[in-house]
Design a protein around this ligand. Structure first.
Ligand code: ATP
Length: 298
């Protein structure tokens, strides 16, 4: 387990991470979220030992992380940092050697990954000759080539086309199933929703939401209501128990305070005409993020 206990980081007068305590379970994918400037990257850098903590402790399996054991952690940073003039092969050999791997093991693994990502022809290409998305595949390979126990992925899917997103997602899921513990940061809530059981939403360096995604959704209270009807549903904007209203060409999506509101809306719709769809849905992580982070912006 990765454990952060009362971790604080100050830059001068500014507190970027504020007394943060978190337990990140093993062999799981943990969603580490937050608005811009919330403190995610700063936290990652402290976990990686790239930045000193102002105070607090970070442990892996009960022991302080030893950065001499560089095979332990893999990191895909948000700002990608490959050497443009090296070939893919030279680049990955260099990084693999830094993590204590033998050259022949690196080349074997690299071949497997390039095959998996359908880019075997890039082995001897210079990084600067690759497109942004393909550079990202290489950066991902550089983060996992040494089979780390703990993998930190900062916005792994940004800049990738939908086919490549699925390809990388498949690789990340396989690593998780093989036992890798993954901390995953993304502004794309649908990816987090699909892949993470537990999440934390950070705001000003401290968690405003933390726990299992299922419990968080349950305790949020508000649900979404999707309605399609052959008449105008605009009157529902002002209906009791409706927290928000979004008009659609053939109906609307509402956020409702509770299930009683859904009952009342259902009765009122019946009197007006033909209803083609009426569906109550769990709130999305996007709804929760906007409600919680948006509220603290105000
Ligand atoms: N080296 C630094 N010196 C001073 N302030 C810093 C430094 N690094 C980060 N900060 C500040 O700390 C806060 C947290 O930044 P951080 O990069 O951790 O946010 P983030 O959650 O990763 O944001 P984003 O989603 O925009 O990448 C910000 O207010 C930022 O300006």
């Amino acid at each position: 387990m990765l454990k952060l206990s009362n971790v604080t980081k100050r830059f001068g007068n500014h507190t970027a991470v504020n007394d943060l305590s978190l337990e990140i379970p093993e062999s799981e994918m943990f969603g580490f979220l937050g608005g811009n400037g919330a403190g995610k990257t700063t936290t990652f850098r402290m976990i990686l030992g790239l930045l000193d903590k102002t105070s607090g402790d970070i442990t892996w399996q009960g022991k302080p992380i030893s950065y001499n054991e560089s095979h332990l952690i893999g990191y895909l940073p948000e700002e990608r940092g490959l050497y443009p003039k090296l070939t893919v092969k030279e680049q990955i050999i260099y990084l693999g050697r830094l993590r204590g791997m033998k050259k022949q093991d690196i080349l074997k693994k690299l071949d497997e990954w390039l095959e998996r990502f359908k880019v075997p022809e890039y082995l001897d290409k210079k990084v600067q000759e690759l497109s942004k998305g393909n550079q990202q595949k290489i950066q991902f390979i550089s983060a996992v080539i040494h089979e780390p126990e703990l993998l930190i992925l900062d916005e792994p899917f940004s800049g990738l086309d939908p086919v490549n997103v699925e390809m990388l997602k498949g690789a990340v899921k396989d690593l998780k199933n093989q036992g890798t513990s993954i901390v995953f940061s993304s502004h794309q809530m649908e990816h987090v929703e699909e892949m993470c059981q537990h999440i934390c939403i950070l705001q000003k360096g401290a968690p405003i939401v933390h726990g299992s995604l299922r419990d968080i959704k349950h305790s949020f209270g508000k649900k979404n209501l999707d309605i399609r009807a052959d008449f105008s549903t605009e009157y529902l904007k002002e209906f009791r128990g409706v927290a928000s209203y979004k008009e659609l060409p053939d109906g609307c999506t509402l956020q409702i305070e509770n299930e009683q509101a859904a009952q009342d809306i259902f009765s009122s719709l019946h009197e007006k005409g033909f209803v083609r769809k009426f569906e109550i849905e769990e709130p999305s992580l996007n709804d929760i993020f906007i409600a919680k982070v948006g509220a603290s912006y105000e």
